[in-house]
Design a protein around this ligand. Structure first.
Ligand code: PLP
Length: 463
């Protein structure tokens, strides 16, 4: 007891610790931050020494080093690169689509320099920021007009509010979707000021259901792509073409929320087919909305394309100003759409397509190489092998279709799979896989270098 008290008195003051440091070390950070950190370390030591009778007073140099380490941990950038070995290509929690190099370059340019965001460089007159993307967007979708906002949820909200505020919107009960992150059609509808008029049943809706529900309060017929689930079995949905025929007959606009709307036919890359935006416009939809960072492979954005009349209504709406994209998003979107028109090899040019078309033999080769590296790094009694696995597109595209893939599967007789997962997640960069069937899986679909799968700094599995 007496010993510990005297040690406590021997703890140096903040000043003494600071005086012991050379100017270089102190100059690296603002003085207040260093002072605060030294104080925190001293406080922690004081606490520890009260509990441990035989605790020793560390040197000033060690206290300073601990304080510097604390600052380093505190000031590490909050955004960190992670390795996506989850097998979900468009992973919402990991930021969905990666940008093509051309889009990254456009973002950097827009961040570093003034740009022609809202100015017509020919006439010098004020321009529209949408014009940066409009030519390509219309060419790629075949629509008369279009615009872009922050995400597809905003696009749906804006379109409903612009076209059907205070009016009834007819939707099939089979399409009242919830997308992850609390996007629910009935709730977005309520916030838009439109009145939801559900028709049909969960599994079957017929044309007469729409016809019977139409009255003089009806403002819009809405179709929603059931992105993240399928109704199977005894089912019947009304095709967009039929809804459009009803709309034309009754003088009502038709809108489709297409979700991950592809711009081209994915089956030409051997992938499951997703509805294509241009087809939906050709089928007669007045408005189609879709995301920028799902299958399109661009930045987070929500595109609205359709008739001039419908798009003019969204552009007149004050909500448009609140939901408009910033210049970095527009730069990335413009460059991505341009690639669709100019690239001779989109599967190489767009990272999303590159992941989706990653050849299985190449995954296997990278997997074998990574297994050798992992055996050398992990050592011990880890069992590591390459097995067949199922990847998925993610973000609500083709929920029932798996993409054949390969994965490295890791287990250890004495370490639980969740603890193996923790070790990989706590490395630098963090490596994210999944625990399945009591083993830890690193899916190879999005891995193009074996070394990406080797944890660099290896925090030991906790417990
Ligand atoms: C993903 C999705 C949304 C939401 O799009 P965000 O771009 O994430 O806002 C809305 N509707 C459907 C059908 C979707 O698939």
């Amino acid at each position: 007891m007496g010993d510990s008290d005297s040690s406590l008195r021997d703890l140096p003051s903040v000043d003494r610790v600071l005086r012991s440091a050379n100017a270089d070390a102190l100059g690296r950070y603002p003085r207040e931050l260093v002072v605060e950190s030294v104080r925190a370390i001293l406080e922690a030591l004081r606490e520890g020494m009260r509990e441990l009778a035989d605790a020793r007073v560390p040197s000033e140099a060690r206290i300073l080093a601990a304080a510097m380490g604390r600052i380093q941990a505190m000031t590490r950038p909050s955004i960190r690169r992670v390795v996506n070995a989850t097998g979900v290509v468009l992973h919402t929690n990991l930021g969905r689509a990666l940008l093509a190099p051309e889009a990254v370059e456009a973002v950097t340019l827009a961040a570093e320099h003034p740009i022609n965001l809202e100015i017509d460089l020919t006439s010098g007159a004020r321009g529209e920021r949408d014009s940066l993307i409009l030519n390509d967007l219309l060419a790629l979708t075949g629509a008369e007009a279009g615009t872009v906002v922050n995400n597809n949820a905003a696009a749906v909200l804006l379109a409903l509010n612009s076209l059907a505020q205070g009016k009834e919107v007819i939707v099939s009960r089979g399409e009242l979707i919830e997308i992850g992150g609390a996007f629910r059609i009935p709730e977005i509808m309520a916030k838009s000021g439109a009145i939801l008029r559900e028709v049909g049943t969960t599994n079957r809706t017929h044309p007469r259901d729409y016809l019977d529900a139409i009255n003089d309060r009806t403002g819009l017929l809405l179709k929603v792509h059931t992105s993240n689930y399928r109704v199977v079995g005894f089912t019947s949905e009304v095709a967009l073409e039929e809804i459009c025929a009803i709309g034309r007959e009754r003088g009502l606009p038709v809108m489709e929320d297409l979700g991950s709307g592809a711009l081209l036919d994915l089956s030409s890359f051997g992938l499951p087919r997703e509805p294509i935006v241009a087809e939906r416009i050709r089928a007669g939809a007045d408005v189609v909305t879709f995301s920028g960072d799902k299958l399109l492979g661009g930045p987070q954005a929500g595109f609205i394309v359709g008739t001039t009349r419908a798009i003019e209504a969204t552009n007149r709406n004050p909500l448009k100003r609140a939901l408009r994209c910033d210049k970095l998003t527009l730069a990335a979107a413009a460059a991505t759409l341009r690639l669709y028109r100019t690239s001779t090899n989109l599967a190489e040019a767009l990272p999303t397509l590159r992941w989706l078309t990653h050849p299985i033999e190449e995954m296997e080769r990278i997997g074998e190489e990574a297994v050798a590296l992992l055996r050398a790094t992990l050592g011990g009694r880890y069992q590591i092998e390459v097995l067949d696995s199922d990847a998925e597109i993610g973000s609500g595209a083709q929920p029932t279709q798996k993409l054949a893939s390969k994965a490295i599967v890791i287990s250890h007789p004495g370490i639980r799979p969740h603890d193996i997962a923790n070790r990989f997640r706590r490395g630098e960069p963090p490596i994210l896989g999944r625990v399945w069937r009591d083993r830890f899986w690193l899916d190879l679909r999005g891995i193009f270098a074996a070394s990406d799968l080797v944890p660099k700094s290896t925090a030991r599995p906790s417990r």
